[in-house]
Design a protein around this ligand. Structure first.
Ligand SMILES: Nc1ncnc2c1ncn2[C@@H]1O[C@H](COP(=O)(O)OP(=O)(O)OP(=O)(O)O)[C@@H](O)[C@H]1O
Ligand SMILES: [Mg+2]
Length: 308
């Protein structure tokens, strides 16, 4: 059973194609993520699925409703947390909750119960009379999530919910997302943090308006990176990278922080060669480890290949 189905969904803005024929399904109660850099097309897709933007062509259903013909029904069944939180900064926490509850048509006892739930879920007890503007970003983020969930939507769209949020708050936010899916809610989330993509059941890698690849984090790593990957800790990494890139037995190499990631055809044969080649140039090799590729490796692999 799918919560969302998308077939050849396209958005053109004049001559520019912001979203080029996307097709994918989102299963019920999964965490489904779009991972992509700025301008990849993530927000444009979410807006089309939420009925906030018309598509140029293609089809999609959200909670069983057609995005082109039934957008009002969709709006009743989804929650949407926009990229820039839509909270009113000059209202208190409670006033924001009341406002959004009202927008979703909640009243009296039901409204009160749902606000109690949201305050508890977001850890905002004791803060409900605080003004929203000065709250720390992590608190605003949880309040925005609470507001988006007041009417118990089946599906919630979170557009870069953790931008600008500190690591501890991000972690706490992801715990909340897991609780939601455990309770049966489908979560559609966008991010450009690779570590967050690892928390998703399914991820689509998006680049410049196209789906580059999709699957579980495990599938993406095993299906796209087929060669052993070695992590090299050495001095002068930029020079070392240049040197390795000239070797025909090096399949791929890139800089990761202060380390190099190098794919080779045969670990046993090529591991000592890395050391030989670099030592010959006066570069000191401190360590070489076999590693499991990260999603960042997959992303670099696919996007580099796509642009060649
Ligand atoms: N109304 C518009 N008019 C013209 N171009 C637009 C419009 N909205 C979006 N775009 C362009 O469409 C592309 C996709 O934008 P979108 O906002 O969907 O990307 P995104 O993946 O959400 O990026 P970010 O990570 O920065 O939020 C970008 O190149 C953007 O400049
Ligand atoms: Mg966006």
């Amino acid at each position: 059973m799918n919560a969302i189905t998308v077939e050849n969904l396209t958005k053109k803005l004049g001559d520019f194609t912001a979203v080029d024929s996307f097709s994918f399904d989102v299963k019920k109660a999964e965490i489904f993520g779009f991972l992509g850099a700025n301008g990849a097309g993530k927000t444009t897709v979410i807006k089309m699925l939420c009925g906030l933007l018309t598509s140029t062509s293609g089809k999609a259903t959200v909670a069983g409703f057609d995005i082109n013909a039934q957008s009002e029904s969709i709006k009743r069944n989804i929650g949407y947390m926009s990229q820039k939180f839509s909270l009113y900064e000059d209202l208190t926490v409670m006033e924001n909750l009341n406002f959004f509850g009202g927008v979703y048509g909640l009243k009296n006892r039901v409204l009160k119960d749902r606000i109690d739930w949201a305050v508890e879920m977001a850890g905002l007890r004791g803060r409900t009379s605080s003004l929203t503007g000065p709250l720390p970003v992590g608190w605003k983020q949880r309040l925005a999530l609470g507001c988006a969930l007041l009417h118990r939507p089946q599906i919630v769209f979170l557009d870069e919910p953790t931008g600008g949020v500190d690591p501890l708050s991000r972690r706490r936010f992801w715990d909340l997302i897991h609780t939601l899916t455990d309770e049966g809610t489908t979560v559609f989330v966008t991010t450009h943090y690779l570590d967050e993509a690892e928390y998703c059941n399914t991820i689509m890698l998006i680049h410049a308006g196209k789906i580059v690849a999709g699957g579980s984090p495990r599938q993406l790593k095993t299906e796209h990176i087929r060669y052993p990957m070695l992590e090299v800790n050495c001095t002068d990494i930029i020079e070392a990278l240049g040197e390795l890139q000239q070797q025909d037995w090096v399949i791929e190499s890139s800089v990761f922080g202060t380390l190099l990631h190098v794919s080779v055809g045969d670990e046993e044969k090529h591991r000592p060669l890395i050391k030989d080649v670099l030592s010959a140039k006066g570069i000191e090799v401190l360590r070489i480890d076999r590693i499991v590729p990260s999603l960042e490796d997959v992303f670099i692999h696919l996007v580099d290949r796509g642009s060649n």
